[in-house]
Write a protein that binds this ligand. Sequence first.
Ligand code: ZN
Length: 222
Amino acid sequence: MFLGHVGVGLALKRAAPACSAGVLVAGALLLDWLLGLFVLAGLEEVHVPSDFARAHFLTFTFPWSHGLLATLGWSALAAALAAALLRGRARAAGALVVAAAVTSHFLCDAVEHVPELPLLGPSSARVGLGLWRWMPLALALEVALAALGLWLYRRATPGGFPWGMAFLLLGVAAVALPGQLLGAEAPPTHLLAATWLLQAPLLGLLAAWLDARRRTHVPPPG
Ligand SMILES: [Zn+2]
């Protein structure tokens, strides 16, 4: 899941309107950023199933970035960081909602991945409903999350339709969905890891920029 995480990040803006949407989007993508880091460090693994050309999804050994216990730890750390960096009205709500953004990643992935998300350590029980086995349904869920996120984002911020955020979501969809629906060959692991490392900071910065423009935009008189 990629588009869906961005949608959830935007949706959470409604719960903490004073917090930048960029922080929430980056929070929702944090576990994949960690996955990229840990794959490059040799601590976690990406597997290409033999039926990838038909199924179009990878499998993972990722207890440190995507385990439930690890997720709660990363959520607490992200909340502490947000509390230290945010000021004023954004602080308390922002810290809680950043934690929710990070935790939401586990919940969304648990719906789509096959049972491979550990509850505790590497050899603990694993969960995953495996919606990826029905890829069109999985992608429909992601599109729905993105649409919900955009709708809630619009309600949380002043002004008209958030065209900038809509185009950001369309861009993410254009990059992510065709490969997930039709990809015949998995990209090399190091390229995937580098992509995961870039996603959170890049989309976080873009969303923060669009959010700041929207918040400071004063409509012309008349
Ligand atoms: Zn993930």
